[in-house]
Design a protein around this ligand. Structure first.
Ligand SMILES: Cc1cc2nc3c(=O)[nH]c(=O)nc-3n(C[C@H](O)[C@H](O)[C@H](O)COP(=O)(O)OP(=O)(O)OC[C@H]3O[C@@H](n4cnc5c(N)ncnc54)[C@H](O)[C@@H]3O)c2cc1C
Length: 414
C-alpha cells in the first residue's frame, strides 16, 4: 500500500491536530527520541505494536558507545542505567590465531571508560519510566499502523488500537519501527544494500575469568566474534558465520557447542556455561534513499542497518534520535512547522552521510577479515601492525568506534 499524498480542501482543518508528532515504534530508538523531546513543549504519541513489558523483555545486550552514554546523560536517564550495566576500559582486536593483537586502552582517549554493554531491558525500562513521568508523551499500545495519508500541512495516521480503529491527525510521523519499517514502505521510500552471506549467533554465557572490563572483537575467516562483558561475570557473544554454519552451531548439543566456543575464544574466559538460548539473526547492510519526505522521517533501523561487527547499529539510531530531537525542538522554538520538508532535510543532511561512513566501516571490516585470500590476509595484518604503531590512526579508529567522530548533538554536550 503506497502512502497517499493528497492536497485537498481538508488542509483548511489542519489546526485541529491531535498531537504534534507520532512516533511509530517504541523500541530503544523511538523511546530515546520521545525522551529527548520531553521538555520541547511538543505533544507526542508513541504507537507501539506490542505491550510495553513485551517490548522491554527482549533478551539482547548491546555495546553502547561513549556518545550514547552522553546522550542519555543529557536526557537525564543515565543515572538509572549506569549502575546496571558493564563498563569496559579496554578493547582488543585480533585476527584468528595471528599473535599481533591491537590493544586499545581508555588512557588513549583520556576517558574513564571506552564503552558500555547494556541489556535491552535495562535501557528500555529506564526510558519507559522516564516517559511515564512526561505529561506531553502518551503511549498507544498494542497498536498497529493501518494507513498513512499526508496532506500539505498535516498527516493522518490510521491505527488499530486494541481492536478499535483510530485516526490521528498530526504534523509529523516518525518511523522508528525497525528494519522492516511499515512507515518506510507506506511512504514508498526505497532502500539500497545487500544481505550478507553470514548470520549471527547471539547468546549469553557465564564465565570464571576474573577480568571483565575488556571487549573483544576476534576476527575469524568465517566471520567476526564479538565478546562483550556483562555484570555478574557474564558475556554477550555475537558470533558470525556463513548461514548454514550458524544454523549448525545453533543446533550443536551444549557440550560440543561449549568446546567449540572455548576453542574460538582461545580459553580466555576460563570455565564457561551457556545461560541463554542461541538466537540466529541474518545480517544485512541497508541505507534508505532518503530519511525524510514531507511530514515523514525515519530513524534507527527503519533508516539503516549494518553488520553487528563493532556494535554500531543501535548507537547510530540513538544518535539519529538525539539529532532529530534537536532539529525539531529548534524548529518548534522558532515557530517553524516541524513537518515541513526543509526542516526535516536538516536532519537528513546531518545524519545520512555520517551513518554511511559507519556502514562502510563495518562492511570493510567484515569483508577484509572474513577472508582467507592470501594478499588480503597480508594487507590486513600489515593494517593491524600499522594500527598498533601509528598512534593517530589508532585514535582515529577509537573515536569512530566510540562515536566521538562527527557532529555531536547538543544533548551530549551538557
Ligand atoms: C545479533 C545482533 C547484535 C547487535 N549488537 C549490537 C551492539 O552491540 N550495539 C549496537 O549498537 N547495535 C547492535 N545491534 C543492532 C541493534 O540491535 C539495532 O540497531 C537496534 O535494535 C535497532 O533499534 P530500533 O529501535 O531502531 O528498532 P527495533 O529494536 O527493531 O524496534 C522497533 C520497534 O518498533 C515496533 N514496531 C515494528 N513495527 C511496528 C508497527 N507497524 N507499528 C507499531 N510498532 C511497530 C517493534 O515492536 C519494536 O518495538 C545488533 C544487532 C544484532 C542482530
Amino acid at each position: 500500500m503506497a502512502l497517499k499524498q493528497q492536497t485537498s480542501s481538508r488542509d483548511t482543518k489542519s489546526n485541529a491536530l491531535d498531537c504534534d508528532l507520532v512516533i511509530v515504534g517504541g523500541g530503544i530508538v523511538g523511546a530515546t527520541l520521545a525522551s529527548a523531546l520531553k521538555d520541547s513543549g511538543l505533544k507526542i504519541l508513541i504507537v507501539e505494536a506490542n505491550p510495553l513489558e513485551v517490548v522491554a523483555s527482549r533478551r539482547q545486550a548491546y555495546a553502547l558507545s561513549l556518545l550514547s552514554g552522553r546522550i542519555y546523560e543529557g536526557i537525564g536517564v543515565w543515572q538509572n542505567i549506569l549502575p546496571k550495566i558493564a563498563k569496559f576500559r579496554n578493547i582488543r582486536l585480533s585476527d584468528g590465531e595471528y599473535p599481533q593483537i591491537v590493544k586499545f586502552n581508555r588512557t588513549e582517549l583520556d576517558t574513564e571508560f571506552l564503552g558500555y554493554v547494556a541489556e535491552h531491558k535495562v535501557v528500555l525500562t529506564a526510558l519507559q519510566e522516564l516517559i511515564a513521568q512526561c505529561p506531553n508523551i502518551t503511549w498507544l499500545c498494542p497498536a498497529k499502523v493501518i494507513e498513512v495519508e499526508s496532506q500539505n500541512t498535516f498527516s493522518e495516521i490510521k491505527i488499530n488500537l486494541n481492536g478499535t480503529t483510530k485516526t490521528i491527525k498530526t504534523k509529523l510521523i516518525i518511523g522508528a519501527d525497525g528494519s522492516r519499517s511499515r512507515i518506510r514502505s507506506l511512504a514508498g521510500i526505497k532502500t539500497r544494500g545487500w544481505k550478507y552471506w553470514q548470520s549471527c549467533v547471539a547468546f549469553t554465557i557465564k564465565h570464571t575469568a576474573p577480568q571483565n572490563d575488556i571487549a573483544f572483537e576476534k576476527f575469524w575467516s568465517t566471520g567476526p566474534m564479538g565478546i562483550l562483558p556483562l555484570p555478574g561475570n557474564r558475556c554477550q557473544i555475537v558470533w558470525t558465520h556463513p548461514h548454514a554454519e550458524a544454523k549448525a552451531i545453533q543446533q550443536l548439543n551444549e557440550q560440543e557447542f561449549l568446546e567449540k566456543l572455548n576453542y574460538y575464544t582461545g580459553g580466555l574466559l576460563g570455565e564457561i556455561e551457556l545461560i541463554s538460548d542461541r538466537a540466529v539473526f541474518p545480517v544485512q547492510l541497508m541505507q534508505c534513499d532518503r530519511y525524510v519526505q514531507s511530514r515523514i522521517a525515519l530513524v534507527g533501523d527503519a533508516a539503516h542497518c549494518c553488520h553487528p561487527v563493532g556494535g554500531q547499529g543501535l548507537n547510530l539510531g540513538i544518535r539519529d534520535a538525539a539529532a532529530l530531537a534537536q532539529i525539531l525542538q529548534q524548529a518548534h522554538q522558532q515557530s517553524e512547522d516541524i513537518g515541513e520538508l526543509q526542516v526535516l532535510k536538516r536532519y537528513e543532511n546531518w545524519r545520512k552521510r555520517e551513518n554511511l561512513t559507519i556502514l562502510g566501516f563495518t562492511d570493510f571490516l567484515d569483508r577484509t577479515f572474513s577472508n582467507s585470500f592470501l594478499p588480503i590476509v597480508v594487507i590486513r595484518r600489515f593494517g593491524l601492525w600499522l594500527m598498533n604503531n601509528c598512534q593517530p590512526l589508532k585514535i582515529f579508529a577509537l573515536k569512530l568506534m566510540t562515536g566521538l567522530k562527527g557532529r555531536t548533538p547538543q544533548l551530549a554536550q551538557r
